[in-house]
Design a binder for this molecule. Sequence first.
Ligand SMILES: *[C@@H]1O[C@H](CO)[C@@H](O)[C@H](O)[C@H]1NC(C)=O
Ligand SMILES: *[C@@H]1O[C@H](CO)[C@@H](O)[C@H](O)[C@H]1NC(C)=O
Ligand SMILES: *[C@@H]1O[C@H](CO)[C@@H](O)[C@H](O)[C@H]1NC(C)=O
Ligand SMILES: *[C@@H]1O[C@H](CO)[C@@H](O)[C@H](O)[C@H]1NC(C)=O
Ligand SMILES: *[C@@H]1O[C@H](CO)[C@@H](O)[C@H](O)[C@H]1NC(C)=O
Ligand SMILES: *[C@@H]1O[C@H](CO)[C@@H](O)[C@H](O)[C@H]1NC(C)=O
Ligand SMILES: *[C@@H]1O[C@H](CO)[C@@H](O)[C@H](O)[C@H]1NC(C)=O
Ligand SMILES: *[C@@H]1O[C@H](CO)[C@@H](O)[C@H](O)[C@H]1NC(C)=O
Ligand SMILES: CC(=O)N[C@H]1CO[C@H](CO)[C@@H](O)[C@@H]1O
Length: 896
Amino acid sequence: MRGITFISFVSGAAALAVNHTSLPLEKCPGYKALNVKESGNTLTADLKLAGRPCNTYGIDIKDLKLEVEYQTDTRLHVAIYDANKEVYQVPESVFPRPEFKSGTALKKAALKFNYKESPFSFSIERKDTKEILFDTAGSELVFQSQYLNLRTSLPEDPNLYGLGEHSDSLHLETTNYTRTLWSHDAYTIPAHTNLYGNHPIYIDHRGKAGTHGVFLLNSNGMDIKINKTDDGAQYLEYNTLGGIFDFYFLAGPTPKDVSAQYSGIVGLPAMQSYWTFGFHQCRYGYRDVFEVAEVVYNYSKADIPLETMWTDIDYMNGRAVFTLDPERFPIEKMQELVNYLHRHQQHYILMVDPAVKYGENDAFNRGHQQDAFLKNADGSLYQGVVWPGATVFPDWFHGNTPSWWNGEFNIFFNPETGVNIDGLWIDMNEASNFCPWPCADPQAYAEENNYPPAPPPARTSNPRPLPGFPSDFQPSDSIKFEKRALTQSRQKLGLSGRDLINPPYHIDNAAGSISNLTIRTDLTHAGGYADYDTHNLYGTMMSSASRNAMQQRRPKVRPLVITRSTFAGAGAHVGHWLGDNVSNWDKYRISIAEQLSFSAIFQIPMVGSDVCGYSGATTEELCARWTTLGAFSPFFRNHNELGNPPQEFYRWASVANAARKVINIRYRLLDYLYTAFHQQTTTGEPFLQPMFYLYPEDPNTFAIDLQFFYGDAILVSPVTSNGSTSVEAYFPDDVFYDWYTEAPLRGHGTNITLTDIDITSIPLHIRGGTIVPVRSSGANTTTELRAKGFDIVIAPGLDGTATGSLYMDDGDSLHQPATLDITLEYRNGIFRMNGGFGYSAGVQIESVKLLGQENEHGSLRTGLVNGIEYRYNAEAKSVTAKIQLDLTKPNEVSFF
Ligand SMILES: *[C@@H]1O[C@H](CO)[C@@H](O)[C@H](O)[C@H]1NC(C)=O
Ligand SMILES: *[C@@H]1O[C@H](CO)[C@@H](O)[C@H](O)[C@H]1NC(C)=O
Ligand SMILES: *[C@@H]1O[C@H](CO)[C@@H](O)[C@H](O)[C@H]1NC(C)=O
Ligand SMILES: *[C@@H]1O[C@H](CO)[C@@H](O)[C@H](O)[C@H]1NC(C)=O
Ligand SMILES: *[C@@H]1O[C@H](CO)[C@@H](O)[C@H](O)[C@H]1NC(C)=O
Ligand SMILES: *[C@@H]1O[C@H](CO)[C@@H](O)[C@H](O)[C@H]1NC(C)=O
Ligand SMILES: *[C@@H]1O[C@H](CO)[C@@H](O)[C@H](O)[C@H]1NC(C)=O
Ligand SMILES: *[C@@H]1O[C@H](CO)[C@@H](O)[C@H](O)[C@H]1NC(C)=O
Ligand SMILES: CC(=O)N[C@H]1CO[C@H](CO)[C@@H](O)[C@@H]1O
């Protein structure tokens, strides 16, 4: 940029045209701290530009403020913003800031803020060990109208995680690595590109020296670079297109602590209903309601428990949201389908996109009337192109948008007159726009590119009988369907004078220019926010609005909303699927790392991939393996793309077998999942976890992302390559128990080759020191499952003790009137359960099993003792007490 001159219109509040000479970043003068004030647990200072502006990517802001708050013992907030407070900041309405009461005892703070006045730099220190966690001294702070730069030095070979959404390794690369954050419709989720959502948090894990987290609350487009200088010094660098430096440092010192502390900023994740953990089936390309019904029927015939059926955009009339295709998905048959599902304790979910078809249709008319759509500078409606052709986009900042959106939900999803869905799927909310920049003529683009595409030929009746379904779903000679569609009866707002289309600094956006294939970034949302600043919030704002819309139509139950685009904090409202992946082994493998990031780091624990793969043709083997892996995702859904061969589990005998086996295990463990998931929603301690979360001092675990913990007790070690029936699995220095044989396996911090794993199986081990409540059998639906009793499995640790817990409630209510929340403990040969028994489970514990017992001295109870039958299994080395224990009061069982 040396010697380049450009014109800018930024100069404080007064917009004056000035000629600026732009100098390279190395020439930037940095800032000088003045007027430093420390008082109690805060520190403030003025930061003054310390020399000639370099104006590299916009105009240097001359006067900044520094604000440091010791917010809690483990959370330190450091904000650097413009003294005039004109620069855009993430609005409180979208991201409420954590509560901060001044008065936190500084003495107890685990972190310490150090600074140098001139040139200004700061570092964050772990107080008890003096370890420097973050240090900006290596380069000058840059704060320009369209660019921020800040670099921290890091130790050699750091263990960094997070900075999503991405499909790279869990353990981030540390050389020549760029993470771009800019919501993008990332079909096939390529590695090393920006994907759908934005989570500017990383975890820095230093083994025995502890773990900390760094969150930059900034929604502008950015490149985060992790790299080494020419002389080998490791750094991490933020390059953003605007906003302010708004850092939260989290002290840990364990990885779990960091996750929990992060939930203190972004909010605890939303609890989900029991049924949402059942198995879900979807496909883009179900041609009509008959086919959807036939899938439900075929699952039942194959004896594979299907909990929830989904329908993609196929159901829409010309792919317009809030419409039904009157020929293929007529309202009457849709209602019959939903009623059928509900009668069979099953559920139904539909997709909704944000973009509304432009032109005569009720949703558009009502939204337009209420001024809910984004507008061009001249006041006309902004248009792009999505599935239905030319579309408009809701402006989630507009005060009328929520009531319009709620209204559309109340009409379209009305239980009596509409489609009575149980959950919601939202997509295309990056927002995606098919029409490339500058998209001068959306109508023409839509026509030329065939949006909406022609629907498949309509069928007037089902080709095959579906026993048990209403007569509308049986073959018939007479054409008798009715054409009845649904009776469609300022401060912190952003500097002026910026180039909001082509900012001088280029982030590495996979779509090229920042306005390409999305909403144009110079639009102004209601309230005065530029899309340039708030683009990364679009999906998360749609998420909150949609959760609210679901909640107001069914106020008593937990809304399930699965979204594609997310921002930090989305987990408090919604879950996420990993987007449009590919049916190949790479995407199968990377789905594990992605889920671990979302669950453990980003606090969006309701997460899963498209099982068997979305794009491309899956294979029998890949689909079988993915089925077994998917059964250990919090959100478990098979989904694939229009035009590819169908991949419902019943399509291959082996895959059907795999599905029956793993759904059985998943369901037996469903209350264990529910308990651990609930724990995350109350403490932030993650359910799905990387191995280093449980073995933070074992360096061999730091880079593992093909094995993971499902809760604290179950280690999952899937086979991860084509044609293989074995896996190199790592076992830390601890004791584990094979899920299937119960045989103890003493880990020694080495790999062990697990062999003979056929494609219907997945290796599972119970970690010593845990107690797992298991339902006595699986079931066809989660409703039936709740009537099964429990077997308690005790897996003693190396010290001979074990702990666990069980949480139960009615499974669905947003506010639970009564809960069961008990601890399970095994110590000195006695199993005890204790805690709150408020919710009546209506079932009993039917057995208590103790693993890993040699019984060399014959001191273990066997046979009938005190009326309890103890059965010893010499091969499995386990003893089972057959006993009926009510889940209504504390109880205990002795084994010696
Ligand atoms: C800025 O400088 C350039 C090159 O010196 C000159 O051509 C241009 O007229 C100047 N523009 C303004 C607005 O002063
Ligand atoms: C850094 O990565 C880029 C993009 O992947 C590549 O083109 C370049 O060669 C790499 N540079 C170095 C120094 O490794
Ligand atoms: C990483 O540093 C090398 C050496 O300075 C440089 O060539 C490369 O472009 C840098 N990569 C990124 C992504 O910044
Ligand atoms: C359902 O099963 C029948 C019989 O096997 C098969 O012919 C049909 O294609 C299947 N339909 C769907 C939608 O899976
Ligand atoms: C927009 O994206 C398309 C498709 O990837 C690409 O061909 C085009 O160059 C991009 N345009 C801009 C301005 O980045
Ligand atoms: C797995 O390997 C087989 C045999 O080489 C090949 O036909 C198949 O396409 C591979 N599957 C995938 C998903 O790569
Ligand atoms: C275990 O095996 C994996 C994959 O083969 C390998 O990357 C890793 O280094 C091994 N770990 C140990 C401790 O040997
Ligand atoms: C599920 O239902 C099928 C028939 O619909 C039945 O054969 C099977 O036993 C049931 N399975 C369970 C676990 O209840
Ligand atoms: C396996 C597969 O279908 N891959 C396709 C995914 O999508 C890209 C286009 O983005 C194609 O090029 C791949 O062939």
